[in-house]
Design a protein around this ligand. Structure first.
Ligand SMILES: Cc1cc2nc3c(=O)[nH]c(=O)nc-3n(C[C@H](O)[C@H](O)[C@H](O)COP(=O)(O)OP(=O)(O)OC[C@H]3O[C@@H](n4cnc5c(N)ncnc54)[C@H](O)[C@@H]3O)c2cc1C
Length: 250
């Protein structure tokens, strides 16, 4: 089991996780799980050498230098032959940011590699299925989209209780609407955007590195940054040389 999965959980998930996963937001609910992958560092160099009709069977120093060269000179297509499939569970507002990354898998069709939970099919049955931050950051004064520092302890505690209350009330309104016989597709409209949703994301290594670049960057929201960092940790054992070359090229 991954380290984060061993963390003590203040709030236990209703559905027990069966496989290894990481918990980027460290609340016992958020999740990134690498469920499948195709290719590795060796396939990157073999795809690149397709132009010479050459293949390697074992990664050597020449291959590692080739990976560095490809990254340095923006030879991107060999990185599209490595594919990862993740199961992700994140607050709806993080999912909304993620969804803007339209280049998925190794195709150009929008959203080909995205399959998401539908609140039309399933209802939530746990008032804890909301992400409640434990540390509230202050609004930045000179960057409209950013936060800076954190509230002092007493204001932070108050913020947690205001936030939690709103999530609970949203869940109560939702449950009452369902009990009245309102359909799930309409009742979901009262759920606040910190409600957890989940999806399966199939993505090429090229698109993934681009996602990590943007979402682990300075301007990005730290919650999605935590997901991006978790993904780096999950893919590093498979494409360690590509990740290293790409990190040093930044
Ligand atoms: C800090 C931050 C703040 C943001 N704020 C906002 C915001 O306020 N509002 C908002 O709507 N979005 C916002 N975004 C989303 C941003 O505009 C991008 O949509 C998102 O980051 C995905 O980037 P991308 O298009 O490069 O990625 P991908 O969709 O993965 O695309 C990868 C690359 O493919 C190429 N590409 C993709 N689609 C096309 C196309 N149709 N035509 C030509 N080339 C294409 C581009 O080179 C692109 O960089 C924000 C993103 C970040 C990181």
């Amino acid at each position: 089991m991954q380290d984060s999965a061993k963390n003590t959980r203040a709030r236990q998930p209703t559905v027990k996780m069966t496989t290894d996963y990481k918990d980027p937001l460290k609340d016992g609910y958020s999740r990134v799980e690498l469920i499948d992958s195709m290719g590795n560092d060796l396939s990157i160099v073999n795809d690149a050498r397709a132009s010479f009709e050459k293949t390697s069977s074992k990664l050597d120093d020449k291959d590692i230098n080739l990976i560095k060269y490809l990254i340095k000179h923006n030879h991107t297509s060999p990185f599209r032959g490595v594919i990862f499939k993740f199961k992700i569970k994140a607050p709806l507002y993080i999912c909304r940011q993620w969804w803007k990354h339209v280049i998925a898998s190794n195709h150009n069709d929008e959203q080909l590699g995205w399959n998401e939970k539908s609140f039309r099919y399933v209802s939530i049955d746990d008032s804890n299925e909301f992400y409640i931050p434990q540390v509230f950051r202050k609004q930045s004064k000179n960057n409209k989209q950013a936060t800076i520092g954190s509230l002092d302890i007493s204001d932070n505690n108050l913020a947690i209780s205001i936030y939690k209350k709103q999530c609970e009330e949203s869940y109560q309104a939702y449950s009452q609407l369902l009990a009245l016989g309102v359909g799930r597709e309409q009742a979901r409209g009262v759920l606040v955007p910190s409600v957890y949703t989940s999806w399966v994301w199939t993505v090429s290594l090229q698109a993934l590195l681009h996602f990590i670049d943007l979402r682990r960057g300075d301007g990005a929201q730290s919650e999605i940054g935590a997901y991006a960092q978790t993904i780096v940790e999950l893919i590093s054992p498979i494409v360690s040389n590509a990740v290293e070359a790409w990190s040093s090229a930044k």
